[in-house]
Design a protein around this ligand. Sequence first.
Ligand code: ADP
Length: 401
Amino acid sequence: MNTVLGTDVTLRLSRKSHETIDWARSWKTTLFSLLEDVPNHYRHLVASISIDGTSATTLIVDSNTGQPLSKPLLYNESCPDALPLVKSIAPVNHTVCSASSTLCKLVSWWNSADSNKESATLLHQADWLLWFLHGKLGVSDYNNALKVGYDPEIDSYPPWLLAQPYSQLLPYVKAPGTSIGNLKEDIRSQFGFPNDCIACTGTTDSIAAFLAARATLPGQAVTSLGSTLAIKLLSSNRIDDARFGVYSHRLDNMWLVGGASNTGGAVLRQIFTDDQLENLSKQIDPMKTSPLDYYPLTSIGERFPEADPQMAPRLHPRPESDVEYLHGILESIARIEGKAYRLLKDLGASEVAEVLTAGGGSKNEKWTKIRERVLGLPVSRAIQTEAAYGAALLALKGAQS
Ligand code: ADP
């Protein structure tokens, strides 16, 4: 029997913690303590390891030592100083044309650093942690590299990016779940992993969570019903539309098309406790159409499936019965989900055939039935939704090829 390991090092932070924590050190410490947690009797069976990390979390490291040259630039950090320059070199509405993109982070660092420019390498969070295991500095995957400008369709950095002086910092890119090489000798002996144990390229956190749900065919989709509503659809073709924040990641010979609405569970939590949600939901008849038509948002503004920064939340009229109110909200969110999938189809994506569900809302069986009726599609709860499970599947892919 062979075992694979997947690790998820995603982070979500408050402003306060952001300023006070030595992130790079804490990620490394966490990785090594996770490896330490692998039971001794399994270690000699570990064939392959992969790691996913937060998309657009960026490190600029010394190309010789791997040590960070400045503090990591976190996923939600914005570098508006670099945006005009990035917009002037990238195609209109390219994914990199956002102040939090990896490319804006790189350009911002390049313009402010006064030394070390010649011996610097850009890595994403997952790349850097994998480097501790395989020791080859400067390797990434095409999911993590999308926001620095890598073009997964031509499988190369585009000419407009390669023409920039900082292009020398860009990592070499492989498909996610590709072997980078055997583990370093010191890591193997420290943890007791076998001689032929490999480290494989990883992916981003949200793609790892998608992979965990095990959707593998065009038309299979995953709706994530967490604080917000995010959808991801496996498609034979690539769709990018900056108006709706829709863009595609490559997954082998398919495309993972995604979009995110501002509606979702956060609105439910403003009105009901989780216990109330559970009890009221039990009393809903999901086969009955709710006449209530809401647009549940926590604040003004929507971008997908309608791009309207001025859209106001609509949660009135509120009926006397809380059961009817909840029914109306759940059904309205389901209609938005339906509209989202229709929009992806209108933009040219593969037609949805089946929807798997992840996130806090996925445990609500009545909502699942409402969604099935409104979407006119089979809807079920994904068995696995942990990003680490998706990273382990990438490790397995690397071990099998
Ligand atoms: P996130 O990780 O985005 O914060 P989670 O996946 O943990 O979100 O899901 C939390 C959301 O799930 C909350 O916003 C809450 O409203 C919703 N939720 C929890 N229980 C239920 C339920 N029984 N029915 C519908 N939604 C629920």
